[in-house]
Structures are given as structure tokens and as C-alpha cells.
Design a protein around this ligand. Structure first.
Ligand code: SAH
Length: 222
């Protein structure tokens, strides 16, 4: 059975909807995420569809979940926090590094952003994410397979950049693709002590705000 065939079984049922509403209420709203757009999208978007069958029963749990190939989908609260702090407006172009299963990509696309450009280093994950987004009717996303540390392959600048894997440094090429006034959310630091940062570019100055301590998979160098 091909992937598209098997996906027809990934229906959104009463049970998955109920778990999702609970996830948003207890894990997100009551932890001080108040952006109604973010809350509504997370109530509507079927998170379990993005997670491989082996771990699908964990889709609405308060934790990161394995998506295969040693990678994880971030904990729902962290996705909500990064999305809220990025403050995406409908006219914005957004660069995302680390497509993974495509869940965060779908949220950014539906906020909506004008367009989401997403880079994933693992071809297999990129292909699966693309299929799921197509299946959900999301068409304002461009996919690229490659090293996100190098930024988008064309010469282009973005209003917002979201990095979903941790780096010890701030990748220079990503910073160069952030517009003046633009914002970037990125986990920075070593594996055991990462800090989720909100960076705002003001000319040549970068304003830094610590959002929380966190633990992401590594942003690999190729
Ligand atoms: N937002 C994703 C999180 C995936 S975890 C989700 O919702 O599923 C981080 C992802 O970053 C992994 O899929 C990993 O393969 C990818 N990644 C790691 N290093 C990368 C790099 N240098 N360039 C692009 N993607 C990278």
C-alpha cells in the first residue's frame, strides 16, 4: 500500500479531536499562550497525522515524540511558544530550518504566512512532510532538501526565521537572510544546556531575548 492509500485511514475522529482540545487547553492555554490564532490552528490541525504509526498514540502527549531517523517532533507547548513569539503576519515570508514531519511548517502556513520556505536535511522526512501538507491542502510552502545552516539556496531575505534544531553558534548565513526588523527563534547551545532565543534584527544590532531553556536535536553540519 502506498503512503497516500494508507493516509485515508488517518481520519480525525471524536477521540483524536477530544485529545487535541485537551492538549491545547492544559498544555498550552493554561501555560500562558494567549495568541488566539495559534490556539485555534493547534485545535484544528490533526497532529497525529504527522506522526509515524509506531508512535502515533503519543501524538497528543506533553513531550517530544519520535518521528524516525533519530528525529523528534517538538513538544506541543514548545511549538506554540515558538510560533507565538515569532509573531507572523499574513504578508510575511518565513524560513523554517528542520521541516521534520512538517507539523510546525503547517502551523506557520496556516497562520497564515504569505509563504513558508522550509529546509530539511533528510530527504525521507522532507518527502513525507510534503505529502502530508499536500493531503491537507496546504499550498503556500516551498520545500528544499539540504543544509539549513546555509540558508535558502536563492538570494532572498525573510521577515521571520524559525530554527527547529539546536546549534552551538548562530549560523551567519541565516542571520544574513533575516530582514531588518525581522525576528528569528532559534535554540542555541550545547546538547545539555540550550537556550531558546528570540532574536530581533535592528540594522546591524541583534536584540536577544531568552524565551526558555530547552532541548532540541542537533542542527547537523554537512
Ligand atoms: N519542526 C519539526 C522538528 C523536527 S526536529 C517537526 O515539527 O517535526 C529537527 C529537524 O531538523 C530534524 O528533522 C532534522 O533532520 C533537521 N535538521 C537537522 N540539521 C539540519 C540542517 N543542518 N538543515 C536542515 N535540517 C536539519
Amino acid at each position: 500500500m502506498g503512503m497516500m492509500d494508507s493516509m485515508q485511514y488517518l481520519q480525525d475522529t471524536e477521540s483524536t479531536r477530544a485529545k487535541r482540545l485537551q492538549m491545547v487547553e492544559y498544555q498550552i492555554r493554561r501555560r500562558d499562550i494567549h495568541d488566539e490564532k495559534v490556539l485555534r490552528i493547534m485545535e484544528e490541525l490533526p497532529r497525529h497525522v504527522f506522526i509515524p504509526e509506531a508512535n502515533r498514540s503519543e501524538a497528543y502527549m506533553d513531550q517530544p515524540v519520535s518521528i524516525g531517523l533519530g528525529q523528534t517532533i517538538s513538544q506541543p507547548y514548545i511549538v506554540a511558544l515558538m510560533t507565538e513569539k515569532l509573531a507572523v503576519e499574513p504578508e510575511h515570508t518565513v524560513l523554517e530550518i528542520g521541516t521534520g514531519c512538517g507539523y510546525q511548517t503547517a502551523i506557520l502556513a496556516r497562520l497564515p504566512a504569505q509563504k513558508v520556505y522550509t529546509i530539511e536535511v533528510l530527504e525521507d522526512l522532507a518527502q513525507k512532510a510534503r505529502k502530508i501538507l499536500t493531503h491537507l491542502g496546504i499550498d503556500n510552502v516551498e520545500f528544499h532538501t539540504g543544509d539549513g545552516r546555509l540558508g535558502w539556496p536563492e538570494d532572498r531575505q525573510f521577515d521571520r526565521i524559525l530554527v527547529a534544531a539546536a546549534s552551538e553558534d548562530l549560523p551567519e548565513k541565516l542571520l544574513a537572510q533575516l530582514k531588518d526588523g525581522g525576528k528569528m527563534v532559534i535554540p542555541i547551545g550545547e546538547p545539555i544546556s540550550q537556550r531558546l532565543m528570540l532574536l530581533t534584527r535592528q540594522g546591524d544590532h541583534i536584540n536577544e531575548e531568552l524565551l526558555c531553556h530547552c532541548r532540541f536535536v542537533r542542527l547537523v553540519r554537512t
